[in-house]
Design a binder for this molecule. Structure first.
Ligand SMILES: [Zn+2]
Length: 110
C-alpha cells in the first residue's frame, strides 16, 4: 500500500515501525513501555473500532490523513489524544469512553 501511495505523490506517510504503539481492532502492540496513558489512548482506538467497525475505521483513518495532511491531524487520533489528555490530567475521575465516542460520532466530528 505504501508503494502505491508514494506513486500517487503522498509523501508524509506515518512510519508504523517508529510508532510507540498501534492498535489493530482489539490487539494493541507497544514498541516500548506501555504506560497507563499510552494504553488508555490505544484503548480509545479499540472503542472506535468497535463502534465504527474495521472498514469504517480504516476509511476514516485514511481520509483523515489525506484531508489533514499528517498523522496528527487525523480526527480519530486527535480524539484519542484528547481523551488521553483528559485521563492523564486526573486518572481518578472516571468517564465513559464508549459514551464519549458515541457522542462524537453522533456529532460527526470524527
Ligand atoms: Zn492513536
Amino acid at each position: 500500500m505504501y508503494t502505491m501511495a508514494k506513486m500517487m505523490g503522498i509523501r508524509n506517510l506515518p512510519d508504523f515501525s517508529a510508532m510507540t504503539a498501534i492498535t489493530f481492532v482489539d490487539v494493541i502492540v507497544c514498541h516500548e513501555e506501555c504506560t497507563d496513558a499510552l494504553l488508555f489512548h490505544e484503548l480509545v482506538h479499540v472503542v472506535q473500532y468497535a463502534q465504527l467497525d474495521v472498514k469504517e475505521f480504516a476509511a476514516r483513518f485514511v481520509s483523515g490523513f489525506v484531508q489533514g495532511g499528517s498523522f496528527e491531524e487525523i480526527p480519530l487520533e486527535k480524539f484519542a489524544s484528547a481523551l488521553e489528555a483528559r485521563f492523564s490530567e486526573n486518572a481518578s475521575q472516571s468517564f465513559s469512553v464508549e459514551a464519549e465516542v458515541q457522542q462524537w460520532l453522533e456529532a460527526e466530528k470524527i
